[in-house]
Design a protein around this ligand. Structure first.
Ligand code: DX5
Ligand code: ZN
Length: 221
């Protein structure tokens, strides 16, 4: 399915998270993007594992889209209570045995996605296509919101889309980082299906969340 939305909770109002989540859920947004960082794989810490677990209890229809920017991400799955329907994106660059991590996510009835940072070539995904449900293409260097798009991002999205199509697998292509008002359409045209919306769109200053979601929906569908 194309044109799906995943607002990035780390860009939301940290003092009103539950109400922000409920507004998105009521607007029919498909996913909530939950960034976890270990301070080692990336030099930052954001949402912690227990908060990511707690999000489960306030969701109606919206699903969790968990992006783990940490070495050996499997060490955090229990604390996050990874389970049915969760998208769990883990970085190729951060796992000593990605096949085992993918299998671990599957064993919890969750949906494994392979995430690649801007400097990781698209062909690195090829060994995993038969085991995953999707790919997370980082269009900024992981670790912080509000960054400019990484050079070569559109070519990367097109390349990953071609690799997925050539494989015959029905995988979701998710894009994450500077998914802005003026660039999201081009990302869609390059083959993106799921859009992480952060500080350069849904959480951009000066626009209400309802209006921003509507605007984003029109641009990406
Ligand atoms: C960055 C995170 C992104 C980030 C997106 O490492 O993975 O999800 O929150 O924020 P923007 O859209 O501002 O780049
Ligand atoms: Zn993310």
């Amino acid at each position: 399915m194309k044109g799906m939305l995943s607002p990035s909770l780390m860009c939301a109002d940290m003092l009103n998270l539950q109400s922000e989540i409920t507004i998105l859920d009521n607007l029919g947004v498909e996913y909530i993007h939950l960034d976890f960082m270990d301070g080692k794989f990336v030099p930052n810490i954001t949402l912690d594992a227990s908060l990511i677990k707690s999000v489960k209890s306030v969701l109606n229809n919206m699903k969790r889209d968990i992006h783990i920017m940490a070495f050996e991400p499997q060490n955090y799955f229990d604390r996050m209570e990874i389970g049915k329907d969760d998208i769990v994106s883990v970085h190729l660059e951060a796992c000593s045995d990605l096949h085992a991590v993918i299998e671990n996510i599957r064993s919890r009835n969750a949906r494994p996605f392979a995430a690649i940072s801007p400097d990781t070539p698209a062909y690195a995904l090829k060994d995993y296509l038969s085991e995953i449900d999707g790919v997370l293409v980082m269009t900024v260097y992981p670790g912080f919101a509000g960054q400019p798009i990484a050079k070569g991002s559109f070519e990367k999205i097109c390349e990953v889309r071609k690799i997925i199509d050539d494989s015959g697998k029905n995988l979701i292509l998710e894009v994450d980082g500077h998914v802005s008002w003026d660039l999201c359409k081009k990302m869609r045209d390059c083959g993106a299906d799921l859009f992480v919306a952060g500080s350069s769109s849904v959480y951009s200053k000066g626009m209400g969340i309802e209006e921003a979601v509507k605007k984003m929906r029109n641009l990406i569908s």
